[in-house]
Write a protein that binds this ligand. Structure first.
Ligand code: GUN
Length: 281
């Protein structure tokens, strides 16, 4: 079974669109998301366009601010502080990665935690790990939604997450734990990684290496969630972290790249923006 993140996100965006259509009458306006892109990296530019397109579909007001990579850290932080103060803005997202002269940590902590639609602010991260109400990071939230949509039982299962980033690996491990899976966090330096991943009922791969997960690393019937977005070194096409052709026949459930986790991330960003908006009323 292939989980289409594209299909699920389309359904969820339809529902959000209907909900948002009721907002002008109820609240006098629609939610407003501001996305900041620094520089002109084509991959980042394409993600930012996807966010604007989804906003337009759902009926969320989107402002995309493009800044040259010559912007100073202080200028960028000043812009964020002004957006924090602006009551017409509900969500602020600064597309990562940033140029090396700008501290990502400073940028993330400058965004007001109540407008932090990415769920990256240290106070949101702390709230997540302390089981307090928080804004959930989009990709991990999208992965849990996909598993539930596919009818995958999480409780009591063994989950292995490959990758320990703040954006995906660590929070997805925490969300799986909260769903009562038993979770192992592995990484590129895990000794005898295949013996670890073969134990997984649910394998989540977020390592950023094309075809890193080979068939010998996956047990029969495993659920495989591929978070990778890479360029295939041979064909130049978009590909995941999983050798899809080899692993798909063994997996009971698998997500494709593209069309798997990616669309769910954007869908959850829309959800988070609506959530930040509604908290104001
Ligand atoms: N760069 C890659 N993924 C993300 C994301 O989810 N949010 C932001 N802000 N930047 C990213």
């Amino acid at each position: 079974m292939i989980i289409s993140g594209k299909e699920l996100s389309a359904r969820l965006k339809e529902d959000m669109r209907a909900e948002v259509a009721t907002f002008p009458e109820k609240y006098g306006r629609v939610p407003h998301l501001v996305v900041i892109l620094v520089g002109d990296d084509p991959a980042s530019a394409s993600y930012v366009k996807g966010k604007a397109k989804a906003s337009e579909f759902v009926g969320i007001r989107n402002t995309t601010i493009l800044k040259p990579d010559t912007i100073t850290e202080e200028e960028l932080l000043g812009l964020i502080r002004r957006l924090n103060e602006d009551d017409s803005v509900d969500g602020i997202l600064v597309q990562l990665p940033l140029p090396p002269h700008i501290s990502e940590a400073k940028v993330i902590e400058t965004i007001s935690k109540d407008k932090d639609v990415d769920g990256f602010h240290p106070l949101n991260v702390a709230a997540l790990w302390q089981k307090q109400p928080c804004i959930l990071p989009c990709t991990p939230k999208g992965i849990i939604k996909m598993l539930k949509f596919a009818g995958v039982e999480i409780k009591g299962r063994r989950a292995v997450v490959i990758g320990r980033s703040n954006i995906v690996g660590l929070p997805v491990a925490k969300l799986l734990l909260d769903e009562n899976a038993t979770v192992t966090i592995a990484h590129s330096r895990t000794a005898d990684l295949p013996s670890v991943t073969r134990e997984a009922d649910i394998l989540v791969v977020a390592i950023g290496r094309p075809r890193f997960v080979t068939a010998d690393m996956v047990s029969d019937g495993a659920v495989v969630i591929d978070v990778g977005v890479n360029r295939d070194p041979e064909t130049g096409k978009l590909c995941g972290d999983v050798d899809y052709a080899a692993v798909e026949p063994k997996a009971s459930v698998i997500t494709p790249v593209p069309g798997g986790v990616g669309p769910m991330t954007i869908c959850c960003l829309m959800e988070n923006t609506i959530e930040c908006f509604l908290k104001k009323f």
